[in-house]
Design a protein. Structure first.
Length: 278
């Protein structure tokens, strides 16, 4: 069966994956003051970071319309897998579900599975890689759906950011006390439970925080020889390479993939942020 994997623009595909027709990204819209930026292949990360730095206001994001998703489902592939940002962070999941309903009203039934990643960025990409692997060995649509949901439940997402200000100001830290310790260079190690952001730990300095993040990955991983770790970085390849090195000292992953954040993850990770999913 032919298949397509569709993600919102927080899927953070690698450069090579962007060239593959089996992957498609549906862009969100980013806004800095009165400037709108479409998070597609034209996204210029450095220009966007400069806009954010120059603005006194917090950047915002807007999810794609249900119609945009419906149009993406109108493709020749028989099996469609849709991976979205955590529904606790964005309305994209709801748009994708509504898009499926619109498609079915107009065209009838089709194999469309919409997955709330309970994650973002590296987490979305990790799910996409897992689904692609299942499809390539010929599993049925139903089997892929079941295994993808189980994979999502067991996957862990961690991140270390220079600042939590954007997440806090945009209300993405609901129920979590805002963390203010920048004068001491204390960096929080963050995680997610069922898509809700939590604080796991903290350390003085970014590299120590990144090392602690790897410690948490080692503590929670099961059967790493069968798994891929995905690292997404915002404008800081050196930190991503450091995390890869620290991970491989601790955990025998099948593969470690490094990718760059696109627009949405750049908004929330900010300059220098690193996200890990495994």
């Amino acid at each position: 069966m032919s298949y397509k994997i569709i993600g919102d623009s927080c899927l953070d595909l690698t450069k090579d994956m962007k060239k593959e027709p089996r992957f498609q990204m549906i862009p969100l819209t980013l806004q800095v003051d009165d400037i709108q930026v479409i998070d597609d292949e034209t996204f210029d990360q450095q220009h966007f970071l400069d806009l954010v730095k120059a603005s006194p206001n917090c950047p915002k994001t807007a999810c794609p319309s249900p119609e945009t998703f419906k149009e993406a489902y109108e493709c020749e592939e028989e099996d469609i897998y849709v991976i979205t940002l955590s529904s606790h962070l964005s309305g994209t999941y709801n748009s994708a579900i509504l898009g499926k309903q619109l498609y079915e009203e107009e065209h009838g039934a089709k194999n469309i599975k919409v997955i709330d990643s309970w994650s973002a960025s590296a987490g979305e990409l990790n799910i996409a890689l897992y689904i692609a692997g299942l499809c390539e060995v010929g599993l049925s649509f139903e089997e892929v759906c079941l295994k993808a949901e189980e994979f999502k439940k067991n996957m862990k997402t961690y991140f270390v950011l220079e600042s939590l200000d954007v997440l806090r100001k945009n209300g993405r830290l609901t129920g979590l006390q805002a963390f203010f310790a920048t004068t001491l260079n204390i960096k929080p190690v963050m995680g997610a439970v069922h898509g809700v952001i939590i604080k796991e730990d903290q350390a003085r300095g970014v590299n120590k925080a990144l090392s602690k993040m790897c410690d948490y990955a080692q503590k929670n991983i099961v059967d790493p020889e069968e798994k891929i770790a995905v690292i997404a970085h915002c404008n800081h390849r050196e930190r991503a390479e450091f995390v890869k090195e620290e991970l491989l000292k601790r955990i025998p992953f099948k593969e470690v993939v490094i990718t760059e954040t696109a627009g949405v993850a750049t908004v929330y990770a900010s300059d220098g942020g690193v996200v890990l999913a495994c």
